[in-house]
Design a protein. Structure first.
Length: 68
């Protein structure tokens, strides 16, 4: 079962777009471009609020174990 989590490996700011891209199985650049376009179209406030809300409620994806 897939879970929507914040990406620890594919992140630019907080990992929300990277996590959403992993969940949707699309390139993270596409998710980031769509996010920026929506932010411009809605005067930034709704998208910024949704992004911060998602960052607060999305669980962190654990890092894979290293070979120790």
């Amino acid at each position: 079962m897939k879970r929507l989590t914040i990406s620890e490996t594919d992140k630019k700011l907080f990992g929300v777009c990277g996590g959403l891209a992993e969940y949707l199985e699309v390139d993270s650049t596409v998710v980031r471009v769509v996010t920026v376009v929506l932010a411009i179209a809605t005067a930034f406030i709704p998208v910024a609020a949704a992004y911060l809300f998602a960052w607060l409620i999305m669980p962190r994806k654990p890092l894979p174990p290293t070979g120790q």
